[in-house]
Design a protein around this ligand. Structure first.
Ligand SMILES: [Mn+2]
Length: 351
């Protein structure tokens, strides 16, 4: 079976559309686009492991798209489609359930191909050159005209806008696809953006400002690295540090046995140096502390929880975050040091 045959034989089947843990807009929209393309032919369920991010949640609410958090009983499904991830570690606590699922799985993803294989080669549509998974979903759906209705087009456009960071990392194909889906959607670009816009509330603004106050500032050659401790809104805090002038920023927090770190890097730096938060920092962090990391060169995240954590380093204990953030900075510095063949200067922390 190939991907086209997989999709054209969905009729009458019970199908799970599965995002990665903590689904973002690209992942959720990929699943939702498939939902709106096939919902009159098949019995479809959108499953989101563990939690959904605020933007994706807003979009689901605005468009009335049903989804289930951490679905149980995968046995009842005949097939699964995994979107925006290709390794079990991006499923968090749902990894064992999908590992036990022995029926056909179609994987559609734009992350680099992981070590683990969650499906057979013929059913893995993986292209890391793609800016968003929604573009890959477009490629598959555009083969049959009837699948590309206005609802599908709106969702694909939203996923592309978010994962291209507002078209700052777009490829020529991104614009070709965007042009087609925008036309088909019958909406304007601002209307689509408003579907997933989350207004920063007071607590988020305070968290970000506190993150700035607590920032530890380092210099690695001419680059500014920043780490900071936050109670919530890690991603927002890390992005804010980049806007304030950091080249690489990590914002992390720890509560109730769960630790998470968001990393952000300046896009120009990533393009110029090949630095990749996921590959050069969070992979190493996951090896040292357990847990799982994932994402993209300029935007990635790391999670460590007590449940399902088999790390040697142990579970978070309220002090782990300090060590993890320090290692993030050290690994970032180590990458640039190696790039300069050891000629780079020492890592300096500003008092
Ligand atoms: Mn994505």
């Amino acid at each position: 079976m190939n991907p086209s045959a997989f999709l054209s034989t969905l009729g009458g089947k019970k199908v799970l559309l599965l995002t990665h843990a903590g689904a973002d807009v690209d992942s959720f929209c990929s699943a939702a686009a498939l939902y709106f393309a096939f919902r009159f032919h098949a019995d479809l369920t959108i499953g989101v492991p563990e939690h959904i991010n605020l933007s994706a949640k807003a979009l689901a609410r605005n468009l009335g798209i049903p989804f289930i958090l951490s679905p149980e009983n995968l046995d009842e499904f005949d097939r699964a489609i995994a979107v925006d991830f290709n390794s079990f570690d991006m499923l968090g606590g749902m990894a064992p359930a999908l590992k036990a699922f022995k029926k056909p799985i179609l994987v559609i993803d734009h992350h680099s191909d992981g070590r683990e294989r969650i499906s057979v080669k013929a059913l893995r549509v993986i292209d890391p050159a793609c800016v968003s998974t929604c573009e890959l979903v477009y490629r598959l759906l555009s083969r049959k005209h009837k699948h590309l209705n206005a609802e599908v087009a709106v969702l694909l456009a939203a996923g592309i806008i978010v994962d291209s960071a507002g078209f700052t990392v777009a490829s020529p194909e991104t614009f070709t696809i965007m042009s087609r889906v925008l036309e088909k959607s019958g909406k304007t670009l601002p209307e689509i953006v408003s579907l997933f816009k989350v207004k920063a509330d007071v607590s988020e603004k305070i968290a970000v400002l506190k993150a700035a106050r607590r920032a530890r500032i380092y210099k690695s050659d001419e680059r500014i690295l920043v780490s900071t401790d936050v109670g919530a809104f890690e991603a927002s805090a890390a992005s804010s540090m980049i806007r304030l002038g950091a080249d690489v920023a990590f914002a992390g927090g720890e509560s109730k046995g769960h630790l998470m770190v968001s990393g952000r890097a300046n896009n120009h730096l990533v393009v110029k140096t090949g630095f990749d938060l996921d590959q050069h920092v969070f992979k190493g962090i996951a090896q040292e502390f357990g847990g799982y990391g994932g994402g993209h060169p300029a935007a990635a995240g790391y999670n460590l929880s007590v449940a399902g954590n088999l790390s040697v380093a142990g579970s978070p204990d309220g002090k782990t975050i300090e060590k993890v953030l320090e290692r993030c900075i050290q690994l970032t510095h180590a990458y640039f040091k190696e790039k300069s063949r050891g000629l780079g200067s020492q890592l300096i922390e500003y008092p």
